[in-house]
Design a protein around this ligand. Sequence first.
Ligand code: S3P
Length: 176
Amino acid sequence: MKTSVALIGFMGTGKTAVGRRLAERLGKDFVETDAIIEQRAGKPIADIFREDGELAFRELEIAAIKEIAGRRNQVVAGGGGVVLNWLNIQRLQGDAVVVLLTATPAVILRRAAAGGAARPLLNVPDRAATVRNLLKFRRPFYTRAAEITVDTSRLSLEEVVTGIINRLKEYEGFSF
Ligand code: S3P
């Protein structure tokens, strides 16, 4: 039986907020891969991207997922790019049901604006085009990895969390 949930999805789809609340309601631990990466690297994500480059960040991300994937009874909020390495998904799927959060580009742009410097990939002149292009490129990766999908665009935090819990109840092989 799986005992964990892994939240994947594009920046601004609510992985962190939903993950924290879902963990609370399920009585499981909450873990954020970006936070682990920052701890291990000893600096913020933006500095890792700027000083070491995106590839170095992806290596740290792989290491972070490897480190946490063996643990049970956790809700993992992954960074938006974890799906780019299939190994990450395979490792997460060992104990976690993979839940994809989606949102429309407009909603993503609105929410990501609040994220500021913490999202180096969106620190570009034409954010709308970047979001569109990244979404187009990544959509097949997200879809392939997802076992449950929830569109968060028009739902409140609590509605998203309740929606996930209801879907988990129908999921054979998940232990609450
Ligand atoms: C990234 C998303 C970010 C963070 C990094 C790269 C991505 O996480 O991991 O900036 O490639 O989509 P959030 O999705 O939590 O913003």
